[in-house]
Design a protein around this ligand. Structure first.
Ligand code: KIV
Ligand code: NA
Length: 277
């Protein structure tokens, strides 16, 4: 998958799928499912690193995980999420950091939050494809005040359409719309020629993205305080499968059931054994 094949999908009105991944194993799964776009999201902070927000991850952590992901994915278009503080201070730093995602991380493109057409233009002119992200932009949590829906007034909805158009004009190949009412996401999608990828944005977008751990129920363990957003459908209950596997192992170890002879494969020659004994 490339940004050209995505544009072709958009022209043919074919929906686009996108899922996050953070490690080689999760990348292998996403790739094998032939998901169109694999996002190494800065949701890494929350679903893999136990942080409360996405603000705590930096370039080095993101690159570390991008490297792992790019070893696992062959089919998907891979997008690296530019972390909080890596693109806002000035456009030169933004471009430098975008290059790191491609040259070190093995990514095909980067994503950055908010309406920053100048920054997008700088990065695209520098040769790196950029995905936009408007609506709820979690890195700005301290300004927004909480993880809540955006664009819920006519004025704010209009602003969102304008922002998306600016990002398209600046050269974005696609835009994520996070946590906005369905009519707003639909209006943005109709106003644009590039694909929109929704999360908590209803069915009017070109594509849909979900976070790997949320959609697969990786965090369903009752002791895990991770909350799954209400827009997220759970397609599997992997956390429950993991919990059962671990508990079964513990019980079998405690009861002397594991390892049975079937799992004790290494043998010694009879003569050697006699000498040894
Ligand atoms: O970091 C992330 O997982 C994201 C998606 C929710 C779009 O930005
Ligand atoms: Na993100």
């Amino acid at each position: 998958m490339t940004n050209l094949s995505l544009a072709a999908k958009r022209r043919r009105s074919e929906p686009i799928s996108m899922v996050t991944a953070y490690t080689t194993p999760s990348a292998l799964h996403v790739d094998r499912a032939e998901i169109d776009i694999l996002l190494v999201g800065d949701s890494l902070a929350m679903v893999e690193l136990g942080m409360e927000t996405t603000q705590g991850v930096g370039m080095d952590e993101m690159i570390h995980h991008c490297k792992a992901v790019s070893r696992g994915a062959k089919y998907c278009m891979m997008v690296g999420d530019m972390p909080f503080g890596s693109y806002e201070v000035n456009d030169d730093d933004a471009l430098r950091n975008a290059y790191r995602f491609v040259k070190e991380g093995g990514m095909d493109a980067v994503k950055l939050e908010g309406c920053r057409p100048e920054t997008v233009k700088k990065i695209v002119d520098g040769g790196v494809a950029v995905m936009g992200h408007v609506g709820l932009t979690p890195q700005a949590i301290s300004v927004i005040g909480g993880f809540r829906a955006q664009g819920r007034t006519a004025v704010k909805a209009r602003q969102l359409v304008d922002d998306a158009l600016k990002l398209q004009d600046a050269g974005c190949f696609a835009i994520v719309l996070e946590c906005v009412p369905e009519p707003v996401a639909r209006a943005v999608t109709n106003a644009l020629t590039i694909p929109t990828i929704g999360i908590g944005a209803g069915s009017g977008t070109t594509g849909q993205v979900l976070v790997y751990h949320d959609m697969l129920g990786m965090t369903s363990h009752p002791h895990h305080k991770q909350f799954v957003p209400k827009f997220c459908k759970q397609y599997a209950d992997i956390g429950e499968t993991i919990r059962k596997g671990l508990e079964d192992f513990k019980r079998e170890v405690e009861e002397g059931e594991f390892p049975s002879s079937e799992f004790s494969p290494y043998v010694m020659g009879e003569e050697e054994l006699e000498t040894f004994n």
